[in-house]
Design a protein around this ligand. Structure first.
Ligand code: FE2
Ligand code: FE2
Length: 323
């Protein structure tokens, strides 16, 4: 670890040139291939943040499972929350192909400084939030992850293909829930509008800071881990979402929102990056609660990990013998 904090590794220029050429040809980089230390490090950071986000993302919605208003809604919500746990597992496995130990990643996340998506530090205050999260948060995740399905690192790209299929379900059930509330009683419509007002801006922040203020984007774009910048993806999401809100009679809480007739883009007002930075720094409404919940689950689950390890150790000689 100490060496990582010192000056950056100097790469062999021939290996580096061959690697860059592979990236330029659009080839997929696989776990056993040579890759620059910085590529490995950036991917580890990005993939582990993604995995942590999937797992912490189970908390805001898990909070409403026991209060779902019908069996149908409860089943969808349980399935969705379970899917998110599965997404976390795929991506942790993908991260391990880069040679990092999962226990180390968990340690950085639960007791260190590893980040996860800032959106999950907001509270779920009403039932309508279950719809709006599916529609906006999973909707934003799809825009990001569809692009990542073409990422240059093979295991990450392949994980995204399956994950995107499931995210599409999440988005549809969320939008359907919002549409149902929007055409319900005046109280139901007011509830979903209020929820949309709270989640709109944080969901736009999910794409990260503007490209000119995004320190890691340059390398990730150059190595085709990311194919598009934060601003372009955010714009794509806005263009998709504005007509969806209109279709169900809801309004977006942005008085400056207007369509640019030349580009066809829906232009948004100013995003409050101070709020984003505060949440990222650990001062969002639920940061402490979320990390506490995850630590508690991790510590209370220690016996399961111990039992699984003991079971694997017991079976290992038998398996070796059989082979
Ligand atoms: Fe997910
Ligand atoms: Fe999802």
């Amino acid at each position: 670890m100490a060496s990582e904090t010192r000056a950056e590794t100097v790469e062999d220029p021939i290996q580096m040139a061959l690697f860059d050429a592979r990236i330029d040809r659009g080839e997929s980089i696989e776990p056993k291939d040579w890759m620059p230390a910085k590529y490995r490090k950036q991917l580890t950071r990005m993939m582990s943040q993604h995995a942590h986000s999937e797992v912490v993302g189970m908390l805001p919605e898990g909070n409403w499972i026991s209060r779902a208003p019908s069996l149908r809604r409860k089943m969808s919500l349980i399935a969705k929350v379970q899917d998110e746990g599965g997404h976390g597992l795929y991506i942790y496995c993908g991260t391990e192909t880069l040679g990092v130990d999962r226990a180390e990643l968990m340690d950085q996340y639960l007791y260190g400084t590893a980040k996860y998506s800032s959106i999950f530090n907001y509270p779920t205050l009403s039932w309508a939030d279950m719809g709006v999260i599916g529609w906006l948060v999973d909707g934003a995740a799809i825009v990001n992850q569809t692009m990542l399905a073409h990422a240059s690192y093979g295991p990450y790209a392949r994980a995204m293909v399956r994950i995107c299929k499931e995210e599409n379900f999440h988005k549809r059930q969320g939008y359907e829930l919002c549409a149902t509330l929007a055409k319900g009683t005046p109280a139901q419509k007011a509830m979903v509008q209020e929820s949309l007002n709270r989640w709109w801006w944080p969901s736009l922040m999910m794409f990260g800071p503007p490209d000119k203020a995004s320190p890691n984007s340059g390398d990730l774009l150059r190595w085709k881990v990311k194919q598009k910048g934060n601003d372009e993806l955010r714009q794509r999401f806005v263009n998709l979402t504005v007509p969806q809100a209109e279709a169900i009679g809801l309004t977006l809480p942005d008085p400056d929102l207007k369509k640019n007739s030349e580009t066809g883009d829906w232009e948004i007002g100013k995003i409050d990056w101070d709020e984003f930075n505060a949440v990222l720094a650990g001062n969002g409404p639920c940061n402490r609660e979320r990390i506490e919940a995850r630590r508690k689950a991790h510590e209370e689950g220690a016996w399961v990990r111990d039992a699984a390890a003991a079971f694997a150790a017991k079976r290992a000689p038998a398996a070796g013998h059989a082979a």
